[in-house]
Design a binder for this molecule. Structure first.
Ligand SMILES: [Zn+2]
Ligand SMILES: [Zn+2]
Length: 164
C-alpha cells in the first residue's frame, strides 16, 4: 500500500492510521511458501515535533516445518517494527530512518523486509520437541522407537557429571 503522508509531515501532532491485508502467498523463502493467508498490517504514522514516526505491526500465520522433527507447523506471529521517516536522510548510517522525499512510502516493501529480518531462525513444533531418532528416523514425539541410542545416553551422562 502506498502511504500518502504529506498531511502528517506538514502538521505537527497529526497522525494517520492504516489497516490492511497484504497477500504474500507468492513469497518464496528457501523454496517454501510460508504465508498461506494474508498478513494483516497495522500502521500508524505520527508527527512528533516535526519528526514522523512510523509504527508497524504485522500479524500473520507462518507455515513451516519444525526444525527438529520436520512436521508441518503453523505458528501465529505478531511482529512490531518502528522507523523514523525523513524527507532527506540526516544520518546515512542509521537504518531505522527511511527516506521519503515526496511524502509517500510503499509500505509493503518495508513490511516484507522487516518480517524477513525479524523471523526467528528456528521454529519448533513445541519447546520440548524430541526430534527424530538418529538411527531409524522415527518421530520420538510419537513414542519411543526402541532403538539402542546408548552412545547418546552416555554422552549425556558425561555432560551430567561435568555439570555436577
Ligand atoms: Zn518438532
Ligand atoms: Zn529409532
Amino acid at each position: 500500500m502506498l502511504l500518502k503522508l504529506k498531511d502528517v509531515f506538514l502538521n505537527d501532532g497529526s497522525r494517520s492510521e492504516f489497516d490492511y491485508s497484504l497477500p504474500l502467498a507468492e513469497l518464496d523463502i528457501n523454496g517454501d511458501y510460508p504465508f498461506k493467508s494474508p498478513v494483516r498490517v497495522l500502521a500508524t504514522a505520527v508527527n512528533r515535533a516535526g519528526v514522523v514516526e512510523l509504527n508497524v505491526k504485522a500479524v500473520f500465520d507462518y507455515t513451516t516445518r519444525c526444525d527438529r522433527c520436520f512436521v508441518p507447523i503453523t505458528k501465529p506471529m505478531e511482529l512490531s517494527f518502528a522507523h523514523g521517516l525523513a524527507t532527506e536522510l540526516i544520518d546515512e548510517e542509521n537504518d531505522d530512518y527511511i527516506e521519503t522525499p515526496d511524502y509517500t512510502l510503499e509500505l509493503d516493501d518495508v513490511v516484507i523486509s522487516d518480517i524477513l529480518l525479524n523471523l526467528p531462525s528456528k521454529m519448533l513444533c513445541k519447546d520440548d520437541c524430541k526430534g527424530l531418532c538418529p538411527k531409524c528416523g522415527k518421530n520420538l514425539n510419537e513414542g519411543d522407537c526402541g532403538c539402542d541410542n546408548e552412545t547418546i545416553d552416555s554422552r549425556l551422562e558425561i555432560l551430567k557429571q561435568l555439570i555436577d
